[in-house]
Design a binder for this molecule. Structure first.
Ligand SMILES: Cc1ncc(COP(=O)(O)O)c(C=O)c1O
Length: 392
């Protein structure tokens, strides 16, 4: 197919040309003397992305899922109780992982389209008088439903109850895109990955750990090897890694972090909000459709899950977009399969890039009998962006 591919799944996101060029470098010895000059500043800059000065940040050659595992296994013991809310494919899978790794998971089921409910956390944590719950899990951005949760509100619940559990956050599709503050929000473990807000290919899991999590690691008896966070920290402090790292990705990360830090993290967050808001105007005002996220407070600035009208199927919309317009839209997962399609709006992105996703979605919906007025999404998004210029 001629022309550009239009990638609007909520990760992997588009990789900027400068990052691609940096990755496209000759292979090199990962123990050569220039490596600490690459790795040490990267670790310092990742701390600026998750906003920690007190904690440590490591990466593993894995995806985000690997760091879910690393966070749990490094800090807890087999049989420990963890608490988390399930309201979409990813929040559900992290809790499923807990069970599979022999932790006792208390799962609070919330309606898909809503997010982590502080009242549910309060209810469960206040029952836990003898502090059996060792970790509290929150998925900040549920990518399957386009739902954002309020991490600070969960921190407050823990503080109000004086509960000592570790606060673990899945920031895979939020870190580097919208507000996340590790130190200020008292987060003990934050998990992310390279292929979303960090504008890199998949292949690196990122994990931030607080001093409290580091302390918990000292008494954890869970056997760890590849994902041993303490080993990784110790080796990273020498500027190297315990095993072969994807050096090319790290070279790319150097450029990606420079781009993010040059734009300024708060500006990156503002850009994501503005682009997300324009996309929402297309969906809600232009097309007159619904988001899976039930209320404004849940709206995600990195992904919108669009509910197709009752009786329609989102699957052929996604196939037409791909086969006819070279446009990759996100599929509905699990409970919302066939009911939603998703537009990812994260990473290296601007208004006109999103216009291609909006126009392609309109045409793919029309081709499949979903009635939207052609051009209505573009008109509503453009109007929003015109009325709310960047930098205003
Ligand atoms: C919120 C969230 N958590 C976890 C994951 C799993 O991350 P990965 O696919 O990088 O292992 C994803 C993947 O999309 C995600 O969106």
């Amino acid at each position: 197919m001629s022309g550009n591919h239009h990638l609007y799944v909520p990760g992997p996101s588009n990789v900027p040309a400068a990052v691609q060029q940096a990755i496209h470098c000759p292979m090199e010895d990962h123990r050569n003397p220039t490596i600490p000059g690459l790795i040490t500043p990267l670790i310092e800059d990742l701390k600026k992305i998750v906003l920690t000065e007190k904690g440590k940040v490591v990466f593993f050659p894995s995806s985000g899922t690997g760091c879910w595992e690393a966070a749990l296994q490094s800090t807890l013991n087999i049989g420990d109780t963890v608490l988390g809310a399930s309201f979409g494919q990813f929040s559900m899978l992290w809790l499923d992982m807990c069970t599979r790794l022999q932790f006792k998971a208390i799962t609070m089921d919330e309606e898909w389209g809503t997010g982590a409910n502080p009242e549910s956390y309060h209810r469960e944590l206040s029952k836990d008088k003898d502090h059996k719950i060792k970790a509290v899990l929150v998925c900040q951005n549920e990518t399957a439903t386009g739902v954002r949760s309020d991490v600070l509100a969960i921190r407050k619940v823990l503080d109000d109850l004086n509960h000592p559990a570790l606060l673990m956050v899945d920031g895979v599709s939020s870190v580097g895109s919208y507000e996340f503050r590790m130190d200020d929000w008292g987060v003990d473990c934050v998990v992310s990955g390279s292929q979303k807000g960090l504008m890199l290919p998949a292949g690196l899991g990122i994990l931030g750990v607080s001093p409290k999590a580091l302390e918990a690691m000292k008494s954890s008896t869970y056997p760890t090897c590849y994902f041993d966070v303490q080993d990784m920290i110790a080796k990273l402090e020498t500027g190297f890694t315990p095993y072969t790292p994807p050096v090319n990705l790290l070279r790319g990360m150097r450029v990606a972090l420079d781009m993010l830090l040059e734009e300024g993290l708060e500006n990156v967050w503002k850009r994501h909000h503005r682009l997300a808001e324009g996309t929402r105007r297309a969906i809600l005002d232009g097309w007159g459709m619904q988001l899976c996220a039930k209320e404004e407070k849940w709206y995600s600035d990195t992904v919108s899950a669009i509910v197709v009208p009752e009786g329609e199927d989102a699957v052929p919309v996604i196939s037409t977009a791909f086969n006819t317009y070279n446009l990759a839209l996100g599929a509905g997962l699990a409970k919302v399969a066939g009911k939603v399609f998703r537009i990812g709006h994260l990473g290296d992105l601007n208004e006109l890039m999103l216009c291609s996703a909006i126009a392609g979605s309109e045409m793919a919906m029309m081709s499949n009998g979903i009635k939207v007025e052609l051009g209505s999404g573009i008109a509503a998004a453009s109007k929003y962006w015109l009325d709310n210029p960047s930098g205003a």
